[in-house]
Ligand binder design. Structure first.
Ligand SMILES: [Zn+2]
Length: 263
């Protein structure tokens, strides 16, 4: 399978030489780097001050969105892809900025070969079991065959920005049937709701790297599951006026995030 050719160690070596920045030490593995917060995104803080180039200094694996909420983001093997209309993937310049993204240098601690179908619920229960500690963040990657993946993307918004709950009501969703690809993302502990998305937040990229998006539902057939726990967390909060003005502890935050993220 494609992703099996790209071990995390290779990625880091490739990255060091590609950047030509003379990094002599490998970056720390399984350290979560996040820009802004989910609560800020929910309150329409759609413009961040972190560029993709900066983001990639902190990880080669992750997900997020782009300024003006212009599409869903997936980061695999150090490449940032943007899903816009029709869930089509495109590579983007490193100068673009993100209002919310989470990345890490993913190094699997445990792997499991799945050879029978799983619903979303049974798969998440399996990941929970494999990860163990429910109070740590976890990163995960599943590479394999899916019976079906439902994805969503978001569209570029114009100022004044509408709140995210209004935006997601109008978002297009796409169903990919009998598809092979990679689903990656994070599991956030419940006590971190609002900082991030409590529970699973997963994005998908087809094997041909042409389609994908934010995953809302799926049923998988077989493949390889890889997980790692994360206990080191760095959050870069935006120094923007929008963020300064945002209400980051609204009532019903939990319900709002569930509605916005389809978790
Ligand atoms: Zn997402």
């Amino acid at each position: 399978m494609r992703s099996m050719k790209h071990g995390p160690v290779m990625d880091m070596d490739a990255r060091s030489s590609a950047l030509g920045n003379g990094l002599s030490r490998k970056p720390a593995a399984n350290r979560l780097y996040q820009t802004s917060t989910m609560a800020a995104l929910l309150d329409a803080v759609y413009d961040g001050d972190t560029t993709l180039d900066e983001l990639l200094h902190h990880g080669n694996f992750g997900l997020g969105t782009f300024n003006a909420l212009d599409g869903e983001m997936i980061v695999t093997d150090g490449v940032v892809r943007q899903f816009r209309a029709e869930g089509l993937a495109a590579e983007v310049p490193g100068s673009l900025k993100t209002p919310f993204a989470c990345v890490t240098y993913f190094e699997p601690e445990k792997t499991l070969t799945l050879d029978r179908p799983h619903s979303r619920e049974s798969f998440e229960a399996l990941v929970d079991q494999l990860v163990g500690n429910p109070n740590l963040f976890a990163a995960m990657r599943f590479t394999g065959q899916f019976e079906r993946v439902d994805t969503r993307t978001v569209f570029c918004q114009c100022k004044p920005y509408p709140p995210m709950l209004e935006v997601v009501k109008k978002q297009p969703t796409f169903t990919l049937n009998s598809v092979t690809g990679t689903m990656i993302g994070f599991r956030t502990p419940g006590y971190m709701q609002g900082i991030n998305v409590a529970g699973y937040h997963l994005h998908f990229l087809t094997e041909d790297q042409k389609k994908g998006g934010h995953v809302t539902e799926y049923r998988l057939v077989r493949g390889l599951l890889e997980v790692a726990t994360m206990s080191d967390l760095e959050i870069k909060l935006p120094r923007t006026e929008q963020f300064a003005q945002a209400n980051l502890s609204p009532e019903h935050l939990h319900d709002a995030i569930r509605e916005a993220e389809g978790g």
